[in-house]
Ligand binder design. Structure first.
Ligand SMILES: Cc1cc2nc3c(=O)[nH]c(=O)nc-3n(C[C@H](O)[C@H](O)[C@H](O)COP(=O)(O)OP(=O)(O)OC[C@H]3O[C@@H](n4cnc5c(N)ncnc54)[C@H](O)[C@@H]3O)c2cc1C
Ligand SMILES: *[C@@H]1O[C@H](CO)[C@@H](O)[C@H](O)[C@H]1NC(C)=O
Ligand SMILES: *[C@@H]1O[C@H](CO)[C@@H](O)[C@H](O)[C@H]1NC(C)=O
Length: 585
């Protein structure tokens, strides 16, 4: 098997070293700049103190949900606490998003070694970046805004009235900061190819992204536009635990630079620390499974066995699986090219490839179950080798041996690739988060148990089969899309292209889509859930709430950021009289 350029000659090796060198320098400069911003903010924050020792409400976390709650809460006495620093304008450039992973603005989480999946990754571990910055994970996500359908939430709430209240976020279009993103030819071709198989434009389309004039726009940006004089936000401050006294959550214990202090909340403490952060914080506060807490020497305040359980994530497969004959009009070098950066800031942002969030087309497919969709496609115009192996393979944790055997040869041959990910939307496998120790600065144990249910493997194989059909349609053939004919290392024992081969492939190339949810699920009682679905209050504690992606009982049939916003809005609408809730814009 040989890869060739258009005129049949292999490209010169110099172009390979050029990409690697160029990219390495770009990444180095970007990392230094981000680090510099980080330390400037950090030193600045060390000199600030909270103005008061007591507030009506304390919101923990300024991410997607936390900043939305802060925007909408009808209270003028609120403290927002964020473990990360302030954001800066450079981070608003959409295409820089992979550069933020692995910096000080990321929590650097990774999963435990997986037995049934992630075989192509070092120690079978998946990396889980998450935002540690004002704006949270919305600051480093791909910005796809998913408009969810009521059908997906039919078993989330106890009554129809609650479901109606939750759906108001989507039905009233409360988030209007969306634009159609940058696309290459690939997005159009993919959609056309799917249409020739009978899919409609409601199923395969160019997604909306959360940008304004080509710049990233998060709920934290939105919060910056509202005038809330009684609000205070502290950054670079870690909430260590919630202090519950006589069944009432009364204060939070926080720390910064070795200093610890307590801040009281008169009416409520709202955890919006994310799927990992909120579960971890409850466990450190003595709210969780009693036996587990006892082993770590943490006194149990409320025995809630479901804290940390029910962890679910969207996963996908396929990198360098689809080759493309003709290169597209977006080169990975664009990300760090000074000329491009200059044009972005001086010209029309939206026309620049830097306004690109990574994904140019999506597709939703149903296999006829209880959900609107079972499989999603995301189309990206590059592959993990496109940056010369400088950065992407590290953030995806690819083993060196696999890199040299499978990915690097493509790069050396100058073979262009694209990424079309089939995504498992409703996994049957369940994982959990537990504490590693009673030290609050230790990362928790994250075990998603990817692909422990065979049905999950099956859906991904169906996705690959459908992708084969799509790439065989005339529009895709014309663009020169074809499946990579090289067997994946470790799977050569299976007949190529058999279901057994694809099972091995899926278990090797298991990519997270970064959508973990469910660790503080909502429901009706403390036996089946962590918070009440009627108002998101933690069972058995007064004045303590969780409102973020962790309360989702299951995954939505698409990207979850908008659903985290809807949960935040639901929290506000459920706990404050309608007349007092901030007017809609
Ligand atoms: C690479 C990547 C790409 C993604 N792409 C998309 C996409 O295209 N579309 C989409 O819909 N979704 C996407 N997502 C997922 C989406 O961004 C998340 O589901 C969403 O941001 C979750 O919001 P949240 O409010 O629950 O948590 P977060 O936004 O993570 O907010 C939690 C905040 O709490 C802070 N915090 C945590 N613990 C503490 C503590 N102890 N003390 C103080 N502060 C604390 C954190 O620093 C953080 O700021 C992506 C995620 C990633 C990582
Ligand atoms: C990773 O998976 C492989 C393949 O199943 C297995 O042989 C290996 O022991 C696993 N490694 C770890 C660290 O669990
Ligand atoms: C659909 O939901 C019903 C009722 O909750 C359940 O019995 C059934 O197993 C579900 N079907 C699938 C395919 O999950």
């Amino acid at each position: 098997m040989q890869y060739k350029t258009d005129d049949g000659t292999p490209p010169p090796a110099s172009s390979y070293y050029c990409i690697v060198g160029f990219y390495a320098i770009g990444v180095l400069i970007a990392t230094c700049v981000f680090d510099l911003f980080f330390y400037v903010e950090y030193l600045h924050d060390l000199r600030t103190q909270p103005l008061n020792g007591e507030y009506d409400y304390i919101i923990v976390g300024s991410g997607t949900a936390g900043s939305w709650i802060a925007t909408r809460i009808p209270s003028d006495n609120v403290l927002i606490l964020e473990a990360g620093p302030n954001r800066n304008g450079l981070m608003d450039v959409p295409l820089f998003l992979p550069l933020l992973q692995g910096t000080n603005y990321d929590w650097h989480y990774q999963t435990e070694p997986q037995t049934q999946s992630c075989w192509a990754m070092n120690e079978n571990r998946s990396r889980w970046p998450m935002g540690k910055v004002v704006g949270g994970t919305h600051m480093l996500n791909n910005m796809i805004h998913f408009k969810a359908d009521r059908k997906d939430f039919s078993n989330w709430f106890e009554t129809n009235a609650m479901l109606d209240r939750f759906m108001e976020f989507f039905e009233h279009d409360l988030w209007s900061n969306v634009e159609r993103g940058f696309t290459t030819e690939l997005g159009h071709v993919f959609i056309d190819a799917a249409k020739s198989l009978g899919f409609t434009e409601d199923e395969f389309f160019h997604p909306f992204v959360t940008t304004r004039h080509g710049r990233r726009w998060t709920t934290a940006h939105e919060y910056g536009t509202v005038h809330r004089p009684g609000h205070e936000r502290m950054t670079n401050i870690l909430v260590e635990r919630v202090i519950v006294h006589a069944g009432i959550a009364q204060s939070v214990l926080v720390s910064r630079a070795g200093q610890r202090f307590r801040i009281n909340a008169r009416n409520g403490i709202i955890l919006a620390a994310g799927t990992i952060g909120s579960a971890k914080l409850l466990l450190h506060s003595g709210i969780g499974p009693q036996s587990q807490l006892g082993q770590l020497g943490i006194e149990t305040i409320i025995n809630l066995p479901q804290v940390g359980k029910n962890l679910q994530d969207h996963i996908s497969t396929g990198s360098e699986l689809v080759l493309i004959r003709n290169p597209l009009n977006l080169h990975p070098v664009d990300i760090v090219h000074p000329k491009n950066v200059f044009h972005y800031f001086t010209g029309n942002n939206r026309e620049s490839s830097l306004s690109f969030g990574g994904c140019e087309a999506v597709g939703f497919v149903s296999f006829g179950g209880n959900y609107t969709s079972d499989l999603q496609f995301m189309v990206l115009p590059a592959g993990l080798s496109s940056d010369g192996g400088v950065h992407l393979r590290k953030i995806l944790n690819i083993k060196d041996s696999v890199w040299h055997d499978y990915y690097e040869p493509l790069l050396r041959m100058g073979q262009s690739v694209v990424t079309i990910l089939p995504i498992l939307l409703h996994p049957k496998s369940r994982g959990e988060i537990t504490l590693r120790s009673s030290h609050v600065r230790d990362a928790p144990v994250i075990n998603p148990n990817y692909l422990t249910s065979y049905e999950d493997v099956n859906v991904l194989i169906k996705g690959i089969r459908l992708l084969q059909k799509i790439t065989q349609q005339p529009p895709a053939r014309k663009l020169g899309l074809e499946f990579n004919p090289k067997p994946f290392p470790g799977c050569t024992m299976q007949p190529f292209d058999s279901d057994a081969y694809w099972e091995c492939y899926v278990r090797s190339v298991t990519h997270t889509i970064y959508h973990p949810v469910g660790t503080c699920r909502m429901g009706s009682t403390g036996a089946d859930s962590v918070v009440s679905s009627s108002d998101l209050r933690v069972h058995g504690v007064q004045n303590l709430f969780v409102a973020d992606a962790s309360v989702m009982p299951g995954l939505p049939s698409g990207n979850p950021n908008s659903v985290a916003m809807a949960i935040a809005e639901y929290f506000v609408r459920s706990n404050f009289p309608p007349s007092s809730v901030m007017p809609e814009k």
